[in-house]
Write a protein that binds this ligand. Structure first.
Ligand SMILES: C[S@@+](CC[C@H](N)C(=O)[O-])C[C@H]1O[C@@H](n2cnc3c(N)ncnc32)[C@H](O)[C@@H]1O
Length: 290
């Protein structure tokens, strides 16, 4: 039989009306209603029939249907109680989908990867709830869950921040953190009319392909990220001032200035001018001072 695919405004409205569904702003609910965008996400994620896919926030199951067609198996984690019976209905024709009712930030993703994919790297695909984009992505990287790639719809501005390099106004702690763990590539810009309801901001699909090994090695990864955060905390200040005034670090003015000089950088340089390599070098200098 022909499966009842969602992914266009007519079927989406039919499902919403059938269940009397009310959108919850607090859950960042903007459902995709454009088949071209769905095709582009599936294509960019390069899913094959060997892959296990984790979807975050399936909504009414629109993208889940596409993922289930392409992947070996899909697990989708959805927080909203009201969507669980809807997903049961819209996904009933697919036997390779498992829906977990819960909060992704409290979900043991490593356990899912172990049970469903024997601990091998999984693919993550999602139209993310924008209010928790950064904790979701950083949580996936920092917890060292085996992940091959993350292909996600995010706010356009956030996608730009993830992809950009030194010197740009968008460059910051998020750019460096993402680029330490993965290679970012914006694969589509998506206007508000591709969603129901329409978000107030533009969106973009970004693919983050996990590095086998980070592009730089720092003696203490956590220290390097504390230094990065401190450097961007006060954007208009120099790197030296950011580091001196940081609550997270505990270095004297003399130590900070000595480290910056040893790194071969001028004392008036700003954090946004440094590459990941330079932050790693600076972090090692501080590490050796202890
Ligand atoms: C932007 S919508 C995407 C819905 C669907 N994937 C689509 O593209 O049409 C985000 C989804 O994430 C769900 N969500 C929000 N916060 C969540 C959380 N903490 N854990 C799991 N799902 C969440 C929302 O209820 C919603 O279904």
């Amino acid at each position: 039989m022909t499966r009842p695919y969602l992914g266009n405004p007519k079927y989406t409205i039919e499902v919403l009306q059938k269940y009397g569904f009310v959108f919850q702003k607090r859950f960042g609910q903007n459902f995709l209603i454009d088949t071209h965008v769905l095709d582009r996400i599936i294509q960019a994620s390069e899913i094959t029939k060997d892959d296990f896919v984790l979807e975050i926030g399936p909504g009414i199951g629109t993208m889940t249907q596409y993922l289930a067609d392409s992947a070996r198996e899909v697990t989708a984690v959805e927080i909203d109680d009201a969507l669980i019976p809807i997903l049961k209905d819209t996904l009933k024709e697919w036997d390779n989908v498992n829906v977990i009712h819960g909060d992704i930030l409290k979900t043991d993703i490593r356990k899912i990867a172990d049970e469903k994919n024997q601990g091998r790297p999984i693919k993550v695909v999602a139209n993310l709830p924008y209010y928790i984009t950064t904790p979701i992505i950083m949580g996936l990287f920092e917890s060292h869950v085996p992940v091959d790639s993350i292909t996600v719809m995010v706010q356009k501005e956030v996608a730009d921040r993830m992809q950009t390099g030194p010197g740009s106004k968008d460059y910051g702690a998020l750019s460096l953190a993402v680029q330490y763990y993965a290679k970012p590539e914006i694969v589509a810009n998506v206007p508000p009319n591709c969603f129901m309801p329409r978000p107030k901001v533009g969106s973009a699909v970004i693919r983050l392909t996990r590095h086998q090994n980070p592009p730089v090695t720092a003696k203490d990864e956590k220290l390097m990220f504390r230094i990065i955060r401190a450097s961007f905390n006060q954007r208009r200040k120099t790197l030296a001032n950011g580091l001196k005034n940081s609550q997270e670090l505990n270095y004297t003015k003399e130590q900070v200035e000595a480290a910056i000089t040893e790194c071969g950088l001028p004392l008036n340089i700003r954090g946004e001018a440094l590459t990941l390599e330079q932050f790693a070098k600076l972090s090692d200098i501080f590490f050796d001072m202890k």
